[in-house]
Design a protein around this ligand. Structure first.
Ligand code: F6P
Length: 644
């Protein structure tokens, strides 16, 4: 009995619990029976308990405490804090918190250093900190709300676990750093299968999960709404309509009905978040919400509303084929400010309005006046959160080592690597790119077994037949080209069809000799900018379609027409064999551009323009009081336009 008790005691000590039990039967036993004497037994137990207690305190408390203190001291002194790893032997919940604290400290220190550096250099670059202060003083406590279909974090089930994922989306890459910096609310479709389990009854949760900075408000859509509004009208109708990439748009009346219904649903969800506050500032994102500006404005005239259109705007003839062109424009013109990536899309938009609706276009101010409401139209080229600092200082691991790791991991052969990173979408020109690689190997047989092209393709919108088919077509084309050239140890093309996280993509960008961004048409394309940002070594060549918004800024890329297969093949060859000095000069100029034109600047310009909107001077002639969409002839007599 006594032995059993001791064993239990020892076991409890090992698992960290402390229980004192005593077998009182010894009190009835004669003093002389058995050895050791019961008193000696009690003393022995007491001594062993004290000893165990001492060891537990030393190993379980003093040592981890000393390690944690040492680790914190390193952070305070600005030494590399080894963020990713917990100090060994520490207490997990506490050290996890400390890691967050360390991250915030390091990034605050980096921002402060960067601010100081820029102040000294007399420059005024936009940083997260500067944007935060700017937005705070501009809005003075008014709510800041972003509405976008795609949510920045979605939750999915993996076995019994729930995992949090960041979707493959340029919009998320660009807009998330702004919310992180400024706080506010992001209203989005809750599309993850475990999204409801991770939000409260109103669909709200604080994100990012590791360091909450703003609120994500999820809007729930049923299957039919998602099919009609997202897959149908938005992505089978408006997406091909605006991209003009030779995929015919499909317009179905039932999709349109869902699109209207879902826009109304988002209006209700947004209004719910605005209750009790005055003069809110709203940034609505993209083609999923053309109707939302007017819907909100009608209910909250005090709201300042911007709609940013992330995809191209086509010419008026192309847009006119949409059966609901007038309704879409009417909805958009409920905004105070409309943003596109480039001036060309602003011009197309104004031309489209001019031809479609009764309105007065002010070509001097770049504004539309309609029924006593003015909408400004401006270009705001979007970007990424690029900031020089520890995160962008030359990587500790040399490029050659990164490339070598990539080669080993993927079993590659040959010294040269090309990379492409896209959602699998027909607008991205992936098929044309594969054919350019084939052409390259035909033209330059010396590159066989020496060059491999890695294409990362994140599956996207696969419920749409065209996207589903494209995935299969890419497999086939890769196989065909590989069969033409492959040897026992080498294939020219490796197609990785899976979503990769930002961290997983990094070594591809950093280890590549050339990066191919050959969209057939693209509002901006942030992959091009991410590649440039990743090249802290100032090496690598960017081959960029001239039909992307990014080609307007990254003039040192090798600009190509993606339909011209020979030209793209030649550009790859030129990029691979480019003189290192030229490569460095081009890359460093592009990095300069990106530093200046980062996403903080984009947000600052957009929010400033929106928050400081004042009424324009009265129009030189009365504007038509047209405020309904089902009016007769779309075309307006030339006299109603003040185009110079
Ligand atoms: O280009 C428009 C856009 O919304 C991007 O901002 C984004 O990268 C992409 O489409 C993502 O599409 P989805 O949200 O449909 O996956």
């Amino acid at each position: 009995m006594r032995t059993t008790l001791r064993l239990i005691l020892a076991l409890l000590l090992v698992v960290g619990a402390w229980v004192v039990g005593h077998d009182v039967s010894i009190l009835d036993a004669p003093w002389t029976s058995g050895w050791p004497h019961p008193i000696a037994g009690v003393v022995l137990q007491a001594v062993s308990m004290v000893l165990a207690g001492f060891l537990i305190i030393r190993w379980g408390f003093v040592r981890p405490m000393a390690r944690t203190v040492q680790w914190m001291r390193r952070i305070r002194m600005g030494e590399p804090p080894d963020h990713g790893r917990l100090p060994k032997g520490g207490w997990r919940p506490l050290t996890r918190e400390l890691i967050q604290l360390a991250r915030s400290l390091t990034s605050a220190r980096a921002s402060a250093e960067e601010e100081a550096r820029l102040r000294l250099a007399g420059q005024a670059r936009w940083t997260a900190e500067r944007l935060k202060e700017h937005v705070r003083s501009l809005l003075g406590g008014r709510p800041f709300v972003v509405v976008a279909n795609r949510e920045p974090y979605l939750h999915v089930r993996q076995g019994r676990e729930i995992r949090c994922l960041v979707p493959a989306s340029g919009l998320v890459t660009a807009v998330e750093p702004i919310l992180r910096a400024c706080g506010g609310i992001w209203v989005a479709h809750g599309s993850g299968e475990a999204d409801r389990d991770t939000a409260d009854h109103a669909g709200r949760l604080r994100v990012p999960p590791e360091a909450p900075a703003y609120t994500l408000k999820r809007v729930w859509l049923d299957k039919r709404e998602e099919e009609g509004y997202y897959y149908g009208f938005s992505n089978e109708g408006l997406w091909p309509l605006c991209h003009i990439a030779h995929t015919r748009p499909v317009f179905r009346a039932e999709d349109w009905a869902h699109y209207q219904r879902v826009n109304t649903k988002f209006m209700e969800a947004t209004l719910e978040e605005l209750e009790g506050s005055d003069n809110p500032c709203l940034l609505i994102q993209d083609y999923h919400f053309a109707l939302l500006p007017r819907l909100i404005k009608a209910r909250r005239p005090d709201a300042k509303i911007a709609l940013f259109w992330h995809i191209p705007w086509p010419n008026p003839e192309a847009f006119d084929i949409c059966p609901w062109a007038r309704e879409l424009l009417h909805g958009m013109l409920g905004a105070d400010l409309l943003g596109f990536h480039i001036q060309f899309h602003c011009n197309n938009f104004l031309d489209t309005v001019d031809r479609t609706l009764e309105s007065r276009i002010d070509w001097e101010q770049f504004a539309v006046n309609r029924a006593d409401h003015t909408t400004r139209v401006r270009p705001f080229p979007i970007s990424i959160a690029f900031q020089e600092g520890p995160a962008t200082s030359p990587s500790a691991v040399p490029t050659s080592a990164i490339k070598e790791q990539l080669r080993t991991r993927l079993g590659l052969r040959g010294e040269w690597v090309g990379v492409g990173v896209d959602r699998i979408d027909y607008t991205k020109g992936i098929m044309e790119r594969l054919r350019a690689v084939e052409r390259l190997l035909d033209k330059h047989p010396s590159l066989r077994e020496r060059f491999t092209f890695l294409q990362i393709g994140a599956p996207s919108r696969t419920l749409i037949q065209r996207y589903h088919d494209l995935g299969l077509e890419l497999d086939k084309e890769t196989e065909r080209i590989n069969q033409r050239f492959q040897t026992r140890a080498w294939r020219p093309i490796v197609l990785l069809k899976k979503q990769h996280s930002h961290e997983e993509i990094m070594p591809f960008y950093q280890g590549a000799d050339v990066c191919l961004v050959t969209s057939l048409h693209d509002g901006m394309n942030l992959v091009a900018k991410e590649f440039v940002a990743a090249r802290t070594d100032q090496r690598g060549a960017l081959i960029l379609s001239r039909f992307t918004g990014a080609s307007r800024e990254l003039r040192d890329a090798l600009l190509v027409n993606p339909y011209d297969i020979d030209q793209v093949a030649d550009a790859i060859y030129y990029g691979l064999t480019m003189d290192p000095e030229e490569q460095q000069a081009r890359m460093s100029r592009m990095r300069e551009t990106l530093q200046e034109h980062n996403v903080y600047r984009w947000a600052a310009h957009l929010v400033t323009e929106l928050a400081t909107i004042r009424p324009l001077p009265p129009p030189p002639q009365a504007s038509p009081s047209q405020d309904v969409v089902d009016s007769p002839p779309a075309a307006l007599p030339a006299s109603a336009s003040v185009r110079p």
